[in-house]
Design a protein around this ligand. Structure first.
Ligand code: PLP
Length: 359
C-alpha cells in the first residue's frame, strides 16, 4: 500500500519506521500478549517506555539537570492558560511577543488571568513576519516573556531567540525537535505533540524546576507543574500510547543523527520548496524571507480558483492536505521531520507542471 505524501499541518505525518514498529507491537508488546495501550501505567513495561522517552529527550535536547520533562494533556491550548496560572503572580505583568494566530491565542487566554503586556505585534502583517529582536522593549519586572517559535499558519519562524532577563516561555508546537536549541535560554518550553513528536494527546513541557514553585497552593493539583514534577507525570493516568510513540520517534531521531542531523535534512527540504517559489512569478511565498519557516511553507497562486484546482489536482496524485489554514486560505505545505524528501521533490515537479499548464 502506498503512503500518501501527507502535507498536513497537524495531526501530521509520522515516520513510517515508527508506525511499522508500533504495528508489530500492537497485539503483543514484548511478549506480554497485550499492547502498551492495554496495560498499567505503573507496570514495568510502561515504566521503561516512559523513562526512555524522557531520557531520549534529555539526550536530544541536552536538557540541563535543573529542568524537568513533563508529559501533560490538553494540548498547547491548555498551556496558554496554565502558564499564567502557574507563573504570573498577583499584580505581576507578563510580556508577550505576538507574531501570528497562535501568539494571539496565547495572549487572549493569558489576558483572562492577569496583566499582559504585548511588547511587539506582527500578527496582522502581510507579508507575514516576526518582530525583530532589536525592536523588543521588555517590561522591567516581567514575570516571564512569551514567544511562539514557529507560527504554523503564517509560515514564519524565530531564527534567533531574544535574550531576556525574565524567563523565556516558548510555544514550540510546530518546530519542536526540528533543530537544536539551547534549553538553558528558556524558563519553559511546551509543544502539542501532533506535529513533530507523536499523535495528539500528549503535551510536552520542559520547565526549569525553580519556576514551578511560583504556583499558588490554591491551584488544583492537576493544573500545577509542581505536581507533575513531583510525580514524574504520573499523578494520574498519562496518555500512554502517545508517549510510547514519542519514545519511538525520539529513538528514530537519535538514529538519524540527532537534532543537528535533522536540521540539515529539514533545511535542505525547505530550500528546495523555497527555491521553486523564488524561481516563479506564478507562485508567491507569503512570508518575509528572513523569517521563512522550514516546517510550514505558505504560498499563493494568482487566483483562489487556481489554488483550489492546484490543491485538488495534487491530492489526486497522492499529495494531500495542501490547503492553507481556513483563516488565511492559500496553500500550505507542512514538511515536518517525518516528511520525506521525495515528497518535496514530487511537489516541486508538480508545481512546475501546473505552472506550465496554467501560468
Ligand atoms: C504554534 C501552535 N501553538 C498552539 C497550537 C494549538 O495546539 P493544540 O491543538 O495542541 O492545543 C497549535 C496547533 O496547531 C500550533 O501550531
Amino acid at each position: 500500500m502506498a503512503r500518501a505524501y501527507n502535507f498536513s499541518a497537524g495531526p501530521a505525518i509520522l515516520p513510517t519506521e515508527v508506525l511499522q514498529e508500533a504495528q508489530r507491537d500492537l497485539l503483543d508488546f514484548k511478549g506480554t500478549g497485550m499492547s502498551i495501550m492495554e496495560m498499567s501505567h505503573r507496570g514495568k513495561e510502561y515504566t521503561a517506555v516512559h523513562e526512555e522517552a524522557i531520557a531520549n529527550l534529555k539526550t536530544l535536547l541536552k536538557i540541563p539537570e535543573n529542568y524537568s520533562v513533563l508529559f501533560m494533556t490538553g494540548g498547547a491550548t491548555t498551556q496558554f492558560s496554565l502558564i499564567p496560572m502557574n507563573l504570573l503572580g498577583a499584580g505581576q505583568t507578563a510580556d508577550y511577543i505576538n507574531a501570528g494566530s497562535w501568539g494571539s491565542a496565547a495572549v487572549k487566554a493569558a489576558k483572562k488571568l492577569g496583566k499582559i503586556n504585548v511588547i511587539a505585534d506582527t500578527s496582522k502583517a502581510i507579508p507575514t513576519c516576526m518582530p525583530a529582536n532589536s525592536a523588543l522593549k521588555f517590561s522591567d519586572d516581567a514575570a516571564y516573556v512569551h514567544i511562539t517559535s514557529n507560527e504554523t499558519i503564517a509560515g514564519t519562524q524565530v531564527k534567533e531567540f531574544p535574550k531576556t532577563k525574565a524567563p523565556l516561555v516558548a510555544d514550540m508546537s510546530s518546530d519542536m525537535l526540528s533543530r537544536p536549541i539551547d534549553v538553558s535560554q528558556f524558563g519553559l518550553i511546551y509543544a502539542g505533540a501532533q506535529k513533530n513528536l507523536a499523535p495528539a494527546g500528549v503535551t510536552l513541557v520542559i520547565i526549569r524546576n525553580d519556576l514551578a514553585a511560583r504556583a499558588p497552593d490554591t491551584l488544583p493539583e492537576l493544573f500545577q507543574y509542581r505536581a507533575f514534577i513531583e510525580e514524574n507525570s504520573l499523578k494520574n493516568t498519562p496518555p500512554t500510547f502517545p508517549i510510547y510513540i514519542l519514545m519511538l520517534v525520539t529513538r528514530w531521531l537519535i538514529a538519524k543523527g540527532g537534532l543537528e542531523g535533522m536540521q540539515k535534512i529539514n533545511d535542505a527540504k525547505a530550500a528546495k520548496l523555497y527555491a521553486a517559489l523564488d524561481a516563479s512569478s506564478f507562485y508567491k511565498g507569503t512570508a518575509v524571507k528572513e523569517y521563512r519557516s522550514p516546517m510550514n511553507i505558505t504560498f499563493r497562486l494568482p487566483t483562489e480558483e487556481l489554488e483550489e484546482t492546484f490543491i485538488k489536482a495534487a491530492s489526486k496524485l497522492g499529495m494531500t492536505s495542501l490547503k492553507g489554514h481556513r483563516s488565511v486560505g492559500g496553500v500550505r505545505a507542512s514538511i515536518y521531520n517525518a516528511f520525506p524528501t521525495e515528497g518535496v521533490d514530487a511537489l516541486v515537479a508538480f508545481m512546475k507542471e501546473f505552472e506550465q499548464k496554467n501560468g
